[in-house]
Design a protein around this ligand. Structure first.
Ligand code: ZN
Length: 493
């Protein structure tokens, strides 16, 4: 029997604003769509957090035994600088700036995106479609919406008629806005505006002669509106109504609101059962922004090439740090926070490594079955990774007590503990053990044993200057010596 049959998973649905019992449309199957990156620059750390959150969700669904089709797109055309259908295409602008083809921009930053996510140990989605690969599907949806009378053509561009749509539907229901308020708060249209109402948005934009990224259509050469690609690709691969649509909080309006409007206009159905939004990442208490310099790229964290952090942090530590916050909470990245996460990460990895050699006894002082259920309860409560991690550290505490002979564990419980820890840490949270490789570790252990021996000899000879020097120098390197009844051991922080 699949694990999901035993679990009451609840997810926060942005559409209702409530935690709801998760019931997929087709039993045992989940269709999930997440808005991917616009590939015109290196991927931001904030975006990495969003994709990492949905990676954890994807992993947990798989762990529970669901068959998941996870679609995450690549936006390689149609995303204008300004969300209100104005300004240049972000990719075309970068191409002009660097004097290369738009598709060279797309290739360069798609590769960077994949490399970065791989370092963070994200699983690839089931399908990764591109906007330019689905122009035909987008044109078909526009034709459909035009036929239903909910869009209009002006000078080779096609706009979605929000006011008309709102007569029979509710535009703004996801972001909690009312069309009347939006109208009251926007400027009047000027004579050169093509739109009937400022809230209308482009489904198709006519390409000016200098615009490089263009495709033929029934309305002349042009390019699709940004919101439309997600409707086209999610419908194509997941159907007219699917289980989960995710993305960053900033996409709720207008992007996701427009997706709902397009889908409802074209199919008459609500496209998504559960809308999920991941919150943002701040840096030292402030919004991350390239223009103010309060910004750091993943590669700068891994190389140490930055003025913000005191040391290098590994991708596994950064991922562990991200998982310590709930995906719907704002998370603040700082040197202190990463240092604390790094300490926790090493404690966890050390405990997991020592688990294999743990002595077993006739009975257990640690109720592993109850603890395991607590881990599931945390994840079933809208993927509460901080509570899950608190439970993992509860296990670490017991492992260390068993190691110190202060508690015992039976062999069955030890096996269950090991299996559960491996599943939650490696499979669900996607935390890699980036501790030393076997060979490195063997060499290090050998050197450490030698140093400990020299220190013991020095102490036996009352040469405390040497023994203290060894201990202090090792501490400075982040290696702690611990004198116990079975001799001296060491740990790396
Ligand atoms: Zn999207």
């Amino acid at each position: 029997m699949q694990l999901y049959k035993d679990q009451n998973l609840r997810v926060h649905n942005s559409l209702s604003g409530k935690k709801e019992l998760f019931q997929p449309i087709n039993e045992g199957h989940i269709g999930m769509y997440v808005c991917g990156p616009t590939v015109y620059s290196n991927v931001h750390l904030g975006n990495c957090r969003t994709f990492m959150s949905f990676d954890m969700i994807f992993r947990y669904f798989k762990h529970l035994g669901f068959k998941v089709r996870y679609v995450r797109n690549i936006t390689d055309a149609g995303h204008l600088e300004n969300d209100a259908d104005e300004g240049e295409d972000k990719i075309a602008k970068k191409a002009k700036l660097e004097q290369i083809e738009p598709m060279e921009v797309v290739q360069r930053y798609t590769v960077d995106f994949h490399n970065t996510l791989q370092k963070f140990n994200l699983l690839p989605p089931s399908i990764e479609p591109t906007a330019t690969g689905h122009i035909i599907e987008q044109i078909e949806i526009i034709k459909d919406i035009l036929e239903k009378g909910l869009a209009y053509e002006v000078n080779g561009s096609v706009y979605f008629d929000v006011v008309k749509f709102n007569e029979d539907h509710e535009y703004g229901k996801l972001s909690g806005r009312k069309l009347e308020d939006m109208i009251a708060n926007t400027r009047e249209l000027t004579a050169q505006d093509e739109k009937k109402n400022p809230q209308d948005f482009a489904l198709w934009k006519k390409a000016e002669p200098q615009h490089i990224m263009r495709w033929p259509s029934p309305w002349g050469d042009g390019f699709p509106g940004w919101h439309l690609e997600c409707t086209a690709m999610s419908t194509k691969y997941l159907g007219e109504t699917f289980d989960i649509h995710g993305g960053g909080m900033d996409l709720k309006f207008p992007h996701h609101e427009c997706e709902i409007a397009q889908a409802e206009a074209s199919t008459g159905k609500s496209p998504v059962k559960y809308w999920m939004h991941a919150n943002m990442l701040t840096l030292n208490g402030k919004k991350m922004s390239k223009s103010t310099g309060n910004n750091i790229y993943p590669s700068e964290i891994f190389s140490g090439d930055n003025n913000i952090l005191s040391k290098i942090y590994s991708p596994a530590v950064v991922r562990f740090f991200m998982m310590q916050a709930h995906y719907t909470s704002i998370l603040d990245l700082s040197d202190e926070a990463l240092l604390a996460s790094e300490k926790g990460y090493h404690r966890l990895m050390e405990a997991m490594t020592s688990l294999k050699d743990l002595k077993t006894g006739a009975t257990s002082d640690f109720d592993v079955a109850a603890w395991k259920q607590k881990c599931y309860d945390a994840m079933n409560d809208d993927f509460n990774t901080p509570i899950l991690i608190a439970n993992l550290f509860d296990a670490v505490k017991h492992i260390n007590l068993i190691k110190d002979d202060q508690e015992t564990i039976s062999s069955e419980d030890k096996e269950l503990l090991e299996m559960t820890l491996n599943a939650f840490v490696y499979d669900v949270l996607g935390i890699e053990n980036q501790a030393l490789t076997k060979d490195d570790s063997k060499a290090l252990t050998g050197v450490m044993e030698l140093l400990i021996q020299i220190r013991n000899d020095a102490r036996a000879n009352k040469d405390f200057a040497t023994s203290d020097k060894i201990r202090d120098e090792l501490t400075a390197l982040g290696i702690q010596l611990k004198d116990g009844k079975d001799g001296t051991s060491f740990s790396i922080n």
